[in-house]
Design a protein around this ligand. Sequence first.
Ligand SMILES: Cc1ncc(COP(=O)(O)O)c(C=O)c1O
Length: 485
Amino acid sequence: MSGPGTGGGNGDALVPDHETMRRLAYRAVDHIVDRWAGLEADRPWQGASRAAAEARLDGPPSEDGGDVEALMDWAVREVFPLAGRIDHPRFMGFVPSGPAWPAVLADILVSGHNVFQGTWLESAGPSQIELTVLEWFRGWLGMPEGAGGILTSGGSVANLLAVVAARDLAGAPEGGVIYLSEQGHSSLERAARVAGFSPERVRKLATGPDRRLSVDAVAAAIAQDRERGLHPLLICANGGATSTGVVDPLPELTALARREGIRLHVDAAYGGFAVLTEEGRVALAGIGDADTVTLDPHKWFFQTYECGCLMARDPGELERVFRVSAAYLQDTHLQDREVNFGDRGIQLTRAFRALGIWLTVQSAGRRRLADAIGAGIDLGARAGAWVEAHPELELLHPASLGIVCFRFRPLDGEGRDAGPRREDELEALNRELQERMLQGGHAMMSSTRLDGRYSLRFCILNHRSRWEHVEAALEQVVREGRALS
Ligand SMILES: Cc1ncc(COP(=O)(O)O)c(C=O)c1O
C-alpha cells in the first residue's frame, strides 16, 4: 500500500483522550466541509479499474496500528475520489442523492451515540422519533389514520417487506402470483425471487405507449390466472418509474385490487416525496389508498445512505408477518403502544435513521423541502422542453418527476434530419456520446431502453442543480453529438 506511515498514535487508539478526540473529529468535519465547498468545481465522477484500485489501495491489516489522522487524510485523498459524486449538481445519472447538511450532522450524532433501535427497551427516544417521522409521511401521502411503517436500508428492502407481507397475509398459498409493470424496478423482481415466487408466478405486464400499466391488462391477467386455479396476491404499481418517472393509474389499480380482494403496493421509492408539491400530488393522486408504499428518503428527501421506508395501511400486519419471539428477547416485551421496530422488518440491529429526517424537516422546514423537490420537477420539465425544441435531439418520453429521456439525432449537411438511421447506429453514437460526457467530466448521465431504443436519461433530483447546470449539460450533449456525427 502506498499509504500513510505507521507509528505515531494518540494515546489509546480505541478511546483517545478527549482533546485528541475533538481534534480528530474536527479534522474529519474539515474534510467533509472542504469536500462540500469544492464540490461544484470538481468533476461529477471518477472511476478506476479493479487493477488500478487494487494497486492504489489494497494492503494488509496493520498489526500494531498507525496514525489515525494520517489514515483519515489518506482515505480522503486516495479512496473517496474514486467514486461518483452523487450529490454533484451535474450528477444526473441513475437516481442521484443530494443529502442536506442536517442529515450529515444527524449521521455524526447517530454514529457517536450508536443506539440499538431494534427494540423499544433499548431505544424509547429514537423509536418515538421514528414513529413521529412515519406519522409525517402518513399525512403527506394521505394514508388513513393508524397507518405507519418502518425505516429500512433502502427501497429494495422496503419492496421485499411488501412482497413478503402480501405472500404471508394471504397464507402463502401454492400458486400465488404477483403482478409487476415491465417498467417496475428490478428490486421488485428480486423481492419476488427472494420470497420464493418462481419466474412463472411473476407477471411482468407490458405497458401501453404512455408506459403506464393498463388496468384492463392487469384485470385480464388476474382473470386468466384465476381460471388456471392460481392465486393472485399483489399488484405492484409505480409511483415514479425509474426509467421514465411515470406513475401508474393508482386509483383504478386500487379499485381493481379491492374488487379482487388482493393487495396493492406502490413503489414510490424515488418519486414518492413529490407529494409535497402541488404537481406531485396531482401525479400521485390515490397513493394514500395503497396497502403498502415504498419511499426512499435517501433519494428525493435529501438523506444520506442508507434510508428507505415502507409505509403500511396497517403496520400491525407487518408485525404479524415479521415478529419472531426468542427467549433471549423476552425482556423486550411491550407495555402499551410502544413499537419494537425489529418486529416490523428483517433487521434486529438497526441504526437510528429517523434522526436525519427529523433534523432536516425541523431545521429546514417542510416548505423549503417542498420547494427543492418542486425545483427538480421544474428543471426536468424545462429540460424536456429544451430537448423537444432542439432539432438534433429527440425526446423519447415526456419529462416526468425530474426524469427526461432523449437521444441525439444528427442532421445532414443541409441542416435537415439525416433521415432514418439504423437503430444500432443511433445507439452506438449515443453510447459514445454518453461516455464522452462522463470521461470529459461534463455530466453524469445514465441510459435506459425504451421500446428497445437506447435512451439517454437525466434524473434531476438534486437541490444543488440549477438550470445553468442542466443547460450546460444539454449543450455539451449537442456538441459531442455533432463531433461524433
Ligand atoms: C422506483 C425504485 N424502486 C426501488 C429502488 C431501489 O431502492 P434502493 O436502491 O434504495 O434499494 C429504486 C432505486 O433507484 C427505485 O428507483
